[in-house]
Design a protein around this ligand. Structure first.
Ligand SMILES: C/C(=C\Cc1cc(O)c2ccccc2c1O)CCC[C@H](C)CCC[C@H](C)CCCC(C)C
Ligand code: SAM
Length: 253
């Protein structure tokens, strides 16, 4: 693959995405392509750490027994499974994604797992920019490594706010776009020298190169907080985790 045209030009303002050179369809195709190796590569490349970050993200939602919860951009379902455990058999968890292949992995994983609560999970093919749910439907929402990948973050956050019940929380886990040049350099060195070379062994070099440009074009913690307040969340706080390599925005409707 010569070029994916996935680089996104710098943002003019702090919270709005400007022109993008890659369409939603191209991103959908990318996530379909990486689906067969996605989970294994996450385990390998993060040395299992992503499981800890995902547990933290879910715990920040405050989801509890019996709740109705949503995982937007669920991919192969890691966060959905964790949410499902929190809300238990009397709760309901929905995992939504626009990649058929990722959803196929998610539902296969569900069939292979025996915990009773996982019966409360429903997988839905859908678009984060046009959530197929009525207003005020959910007690908690997660979006893990998803907001950076949608073509309109403002719309995605507006949609998430709309489907959350008043007083409920969204937890947004993603790579941290640090304002500390040292953290940025370490993150970029790791991607260039570990992540991309390992991924190239699976023929996915360009797909993982996209990671670096997508982080560059993402929002800093402050900008994420501003975005959340701009779309109408009442409070927003960003936490750096994983030695500052990752970040988690917690916003309450
Ligand atoms: C779960 C992780 C990333 C998910 C992910 C998100 C994306 O947007 C992608 C886009 C395109 C291809 C792949 C992905 C993708 O996998 C996080 C962990 C895995 C990372 C791929 C590697 C983490 C690199 C860190 C800089 C190293 C952290 C080391 C640790 C602190 C020991
Ligand atoms: C990096 S993966 C994250 C998957 C999962 N949340 C995790 O933490 O492992 C990003 C996911 O976002 C999905 N995605 C990107 N844009 C989307 C959109 N507009 N609507 C629905 N899903 C989207 C992709 O298909 C992909 O599965």
């Amino acid at each position: 693959m010569a070029s994916l045209h996935l680089a996104i030009p710098s943002l003019p303002g702090p919270t709005r995405q400007s022109t993008i050179r890659c369409s939603g369809e191209q991103r959908q195709a990318l996530f379909n392509r990486i689906a067969p190796v996605y989970d294994n590569l996450n385990d390998l490349l993060s040395l299992g750490q992503h499981r800890i970050w995902k547990r933290m993200a879910v715990s920040w939602t405050g989801a509890k027994d019996g709740d109705n919860v949503l995982d937007v951009c669920c991919g192969s379902g890691d966060l959905t499974f964790l949410l499902s455990e929190r809300v238990g058999s009397y709760g309901k968890a929905v995992g939504l994604d626009f990649s058929k292949e990722q959803l196929l992995t998610a539902s296969t994983r569900q069939k292979l797992r025996s915990k009773t609560c996982y019966k409360n999970i429903k997988w839905m093919e859908g678009n984060a920019l046009d959530l197929p749910f009525p207003d005020s439907s959910f007690d908690a929402v997660t979006i893990g490594y998803g907001l950076r990948n949608v073509i309109d973050r403002h719309k995605a956050m507006t949609e998430i706010r709309r489907v959350l019940k008043p007083g409920s929380t969204v937890s947004v886990l993603d790579f941290n776009k640090s304002i500390n040049p040292l953290s940025t350099t370490i993150q970029e060195l790791m991607i260039d020298n570990i992540v991309v070379p390992v991924a190239s062994g699976y023929g996915l070099q360009d797909e993982y190169k996209y990671l670096k440009s997508s982080i560059k074009n993402f929002l800093t913690g402050n900008e994420l907080e501003m975005l959340a307040l701009e779309v109408g969340f009442s409070t927003a706080k960003h936490f750096e985790i994983g030695f500052g390599l990752m970040g988690n925005l917690v916003a309450i409707r």
